[in-house]
Design a protein around this ligand. Structure first.
Ligand code: PHE
Ligand code: NA
Length: 435
């Protein structure tokens, strides 16, 4: 078997991981989750969830991946615990499942770039979404998005993923930053900043039961945890840089992009008197497109915004495809490109039903979000916290100045606070699936 690939540079790994993290979850879901959960009050809980629960959990994935230098399934066997491979299977299947409908949404984004340029949705945003979100056209664009994803993964870890994310991630930050600066000039946008940036403690306390699971779920999704994506990316490290330092950089950059997206979305909506409320998967598209239609230079703004969204979605989708591809690359003699194409085709097929109706897509999403993701994160945490303990602590400290105490503090987080947070989210999420 040929030599396993590794990242060419440390920055390359960090940007690839940020690319995985920054996705539809930040730019599209986060502002609207915030809107649905009482504005800034939600953000406070979300930030706590990201740093206290998401960050330690990300380090747990890194520790397994870097030490095992294998895909999520074989990683557990390599670390001497064959029985735990089922956790890797769960993560890998989750990646497969999520990419299936994530790609359908990616297809919508491509459509909205074109629709912005031509002004196609300017005469009726809701009707436009209804027309494009489901049906043969949605399937076609799902295929296009999947083909782009396959193209990058087929080129390999360094030549495909590392190279492309090195371009995509800085572009996302620059374009989104430009939009945020432009948004400052909007009349009446001030109410948006107030809503977004000044937490209302009463709202927070009154709704903590729904805010907490939403915030924790969002933290996991946005950090790409539970699907083996971060584990797989860390398996290509082959170097001794500090995992906590790299992880912190990734978490901070991802949070920064999410907050930046809010600084674009909220002033736009409030300047037009639009409530950012809830409303499911399609609402963000309908609401935002409706806003662009009313703004001067709305076409240009729409194109830029949806290009950002496409880059974000693509850099996440490749990490999902890489999880599944890595398993076969590690275990067969076929070429990476053949495997990526075959897997892309299979995942495309799985996603087709969700391109035929929004309720189906929402159902795919709910399964992933409320069941697969928390369950898989929970198992991973139990493994690192209670089974692979000593080796995990040593691996975390490798290449760092981190003392024994710091590593043990992390371990206790991974043993207690983090799984408890996940468990609560899982139970509340299951409850929402049942109703
Ligand atoms: N983090 C991505 C987002 O915010 C989604 C994702 C989840 C990507 C899991 C890869 C793995 O959109
Ligand atoms: Na991304």
């Amino acid at each position: 078997m040929s030599q396993r690939e590794t990242w060419a540079t440390r920055v390359g790994f960090i940007l690839a991981a940020v690319g995985s993290a920054v996705g539809l979850g930040n730019v599209w879901q986060f502002p609207f989750q915030t809107g649905a959960n009482g504005g800034a009050a939600f953000i406070v809980v979300y930030l706590a969830a990201v740093f206290l629960i998401g960050f330690p959990a990300m380090l747990a994935e890194f520790v397994i991946g870097r030490r095992a230098e294998r895909n999520p399934i074989d990683a557990f066997a390599r670390l001497g615990h064959r029985d735990w491979r089922v956790v890797g299977v769960l993560g890998t299947l989750s990646a497969f499942w999520i990419l299936a409908f994530y790609s359908v949404v990616g297809g919508w984004v491509i459509r909205y770039i074109v629709g912005s340029a031509t002004g196609a949705y300017f005469s009726g945003s809701e009707a436009y979404f209804g027309a494009i979100a489901a049906g043969p056209d949605a399937v076609g664009l799902h295929a296009v998005f999947m083909a782009l994803t396959v193209g990058v993964v087929a080129l390999g870890v360094t030549d495909g993923i590392e190279r492309s994310t090195k371009l995509m991630v800085p572009s996302i930050v620059l374009l989104l930053g430009g939009l945020a600066v432009w948004a400052v000039t909007l009349d009446g946008g001030g109410a948006g900043y107030a809503y977004y940036l000044s937490p209302d403690i009463d709202t927070l306390v009154a709704n903590i039961g729904s805010i907490l699971p939403a915030a924790v779920g969002q933290a996991f999704f946005t950090l790409s945890l539970g699907m083996g994506a971060m584990l797989t990316y860390a398996s290509y490290l082959g170097r001794d840089d500090s995992l906590p330092a790299d992880g912190a950089t990734i978490v901070v950059l991802n949070t920064f992009v999410g907050l930046l997206a809010g600084l674009v979305v909220f002033p736009i909506l409030f300047s037009l008197g639009i409530e950012p409320g809830s409303g499911g998967l399609g609402a963000a598209f309908i609401t935002l497109a409706g806003a662009f239609a009313q703004l001067p230079a709305g076409r240009l703004l729409g194109v830029v915004f949806f290009v950002v969204l496409l880059l974000a979605a693509l850099s996440s989708a490749i990490s999902l495809l890489e999880v599944v591809t890595a398993y076969l690359v590690d275990n067969t003699d076929r070429s990476r490109s053949t495997l990526a194409v075959a897997l892309g085709a299979a995942i495309f097929a799985l996603g087709v039903p969700s391109a035929f109706g929004l309720p189906i897509l929402s159902w795919y999403n709910a399964i992933a979000y409320n069941l697969l993701l928390p369950l898989s994160v929970l198992c991973l945490l139990l493994f690192v916290g209670w089974v692979d303990t000593d080796d995990a602590v040593a691996e975390l400290r490798r290449g760092t100045g981190l003392g024994e105490g710091g590593a043990v503090a992390w371990l206790w987080f991974v043993r207690t606070v983090v799984p408890l947070g996940v468990l609560v989210t899982l139970l509340l999420g299951l409850q929402s699936l049942a109703v």
